[in-house]
Ligand binder design. Sequence first.
Ligand code: IMP
Length: 432
Amino acid sequence: MNLARLGHTCVVGLHWGDEGKGKIVDLLTEHFDIVVRYNGGGNAGHTVLIGNEKFALHLLPVGVLSRDRTAVVGPGVAVDLGRMIEELDALAARGIVVGEHLRISDRAHVVMPYHKKQDMLSENALGAKKIGTTARGIGPCYADKMQRATAIRVADLLNENVLHEKITRIVERKNRIFAALYDDREPLDAEAIVAEYRGYAERLAGNVCDSTRFLLEAMDAGQRLLFEGANGTLLDIDHGTFPFVTSSTTSAIGVPAGAGVPPQTIQACVGVTKAYTTRVGAGPFPSELHNEIGQYIRDRGHEYGTTTGRPRRCGWFDAVAGRYSARLTGATVLAVMHLDTLSGLEQVGVCTGYRTPDGPLPGMVADAALLEQAEPVIEYLPGWPEDLREARSIEQLPSTTRRYLDRIEELMGVELAIVSVGPERTQTLMRK
Ligand code: IMP
């Protein structure tokens, strides 16, 4: 893959998030001028290792780690300003001062304290039926966006009178809803929230802009954009395993709306997947391993959530789900991450179909209950005992490992371009 020649590119996860998109975005950033987040919010967790330094970002685009690149938080992001400032301060403490390289869309919606509270109250009330959200207020924030009358956008923060009127009215309404629905007896204090958010506005006012105009002008000037997807295609609000999804358009379909660019902008899409599959939270996962192999993968792959610390559910590579996502999101090349994690297994499985007592399923069906019941059809390939972490080219990998990669490529129907065998930048193998 010739990175220097890629046009405007999007990096998207092909399963349920945590595929390793952060590392790919970090690798690609030097070939682009602007990195744009277009969906999600503090629910995402992108971890990047640079030298010995580990950076975990939730709100800030990974592009902020490159000093001379501009990072844009687009209108489709649910922005948690307090958390964003914490991330900026943590980076500054490590010598990375972002300054004006960060641009925040004035059209983006703001996550408010009552969104986080509502997320928790609603999940608790659902009991065994809960979605297992990250409790970052994502669903309630997007719900208010669609509701409109109860939404707050970044632009509102810059107008003191508008902000005061909105927060006072909305908090009064939310307090009544929480008391009535959840018997909540700890009303939120509107004045304290106004003061808190005015403080955020003062701190970030210089970063707020009309990011849509900014990106259109940048493209006119010949600059190249990299779109950083958050979460994963199977968590997409419309096309994922609903209702066990997040509340934004996570696939590449979300780029035009969430970033504010014309649909034909995307020229390449890197579909990122792990060499096995994971999921956090509730919902169908047909190839999940409830045994010691699942635990082996979890331990070797450090499969614990970046955002919540929850142990991730681990399973064989799901090619049914992966192929569905790759087609939907328009993946033009494939990046397979965490290949080193699978070393030491006698055989490795790939899920090539789903079946139920009533017969095989045609693929990723809409009915989550049906998917919950589905048994995976697993094809086994020989494993490999070798440690892959020192490999520096795909040719150096054992023949069994290459066979596994070939099979994944074949089942996905997308050309394999990148393989990762460890967290470091140097542990990335590019197909020429
Ligand atoms: P929410 O986005 O916090 O509402 O969570 C909805 C579902 O999406 C839950 O199952 C979360 O665990 C999952 N989820 C949201 N963001 C991510 C992510 O970045 N990685 C993995 N799972 C995620």
